[in-house]
Design a protein around this ligand. Sequence first.
Ligand SMILES: [Zn+2]
Ligand SMILES: [Zn+2]
Length: 459
Amino acid sequence: MDITFIGATRTVTGSLHLFEYNNQKFLLECGLYQGHREEAERINRIFPFKPKDIKAVILSHAHIDHSGNLPNLVKRGFCGPIYSTDATKDIASLLLLDSAKIQEYDIAYLNKKHKQKGLPLVEPLYTVADAEQTVKSFSAVNYKETFEPVNGVRATLYDAGHILGSSMILLEADGKKVLFSGDLGRKNMPIIKDPTVIKDIDYLILESTYGGRTHKSIEGMTDEFRDIIEKGRQKNGKIIIPAFAVERTQVLVTMLKSLYDDGSLKDIPVYVDSPLASNVTNVFRKHPECFDKETYQIFIDEDPFNFAGLNYIKDSKESKSLNRQSGPMIIMAASGMCEGGRVTHHLIHSIEKDNTVIVMTGFQARGTLGRKILEGADKVWIFNEDYKVRAKVYFMGGLSAHADGDELCEYVKGCNSRRLKKIFLIHGDIEAALALQRDIQTAEDIDVDIPQSMTQVNV
Ligand SMILES: [Zn+2]
Ligand SMILES: [Zn+2]
């Protein structure tokens, strides 16, 4: 089997890997590269292969950096099946349609400017129609159910414990086994099961997002959350939580439910103000087979994603009406890095008030509004206006859905045997990948490679 590492090489975004067996090509993932506009344009638009030559795609999970360029692949001639779990198919369908709407919206805005300047008009990367066509190409498979993406290659998905429906992909051909970790989750995360450990593999393609870094433990997070909410309640203001629509919102809701049940929330109303997050939560309710024992137990008797005092807001009128209300209240909204979405409007209305509390719950990329707030900026720029940051900002760092450096090393140890010949590190910045390479090689006698984009290997 030949592997060409194309995307998410020495970076975390744009996952894309080409496999070839007996002249048959298939892909693992087809993610969107997210970065500066021109660079992203160049990387996302053109594929270094002919899409119509690709027989199948296997998708590890729904996140847009893994799935987000599929509609472009379809638009350019790919017409095979896209294999994933049923939950991934359902979440990806929502995210791809959402992504297509954003592409169309952004291009319409850009073309308005181009028209004014007399510049040529540009086309979106893909349209809603392309995304709808892509959704039809999905073929759902169960965990542990083996299928053949191309003749002679057997593929099996195992739970990766990262987000609902996430999987690692085991490929077998000519008696050799190659495991692709996808994004690897952590043990004891709320809602979903722990990552599966796969033994007796020959090659491991491993993500390295948090190589060399350590997360806080997940166990202390509910107590930390309770303390922050109590501080917000005493201030009588709004507690604003920017949250990713997939997994983070649902995890926070289950934490708030347990705080409600033990009386800690008292009479503070909670609003989930993101139509996408509400729709994704419905997908969670549809897939209890992905839940861990604790969540499944709750699910038998009640809805794990609801409690008295929790409101899922649909229309924007209701969202705006929150601006006129005073606290204490909890508002959770996307986007997770404050780069758009309803959370930006809530920030505009409350960031200058000293009784506001902002709770950051996830990774904030360089250059984002979320990062500036997290780093303690005095002033921030939102929609062409300056705002003084008087709100109190907290960071809950233990909710990451990615294994940290120690957990990645532990995973390698768990699946290591004399059989494992080589590890390829992907999906991490070079510093993180180098740190993980060093840590693995200190503990194990094994060859660890960090392939560059377009590196080809034969396994
Ligand atoms: Zn992911
Ligand atoms: Zn990822």
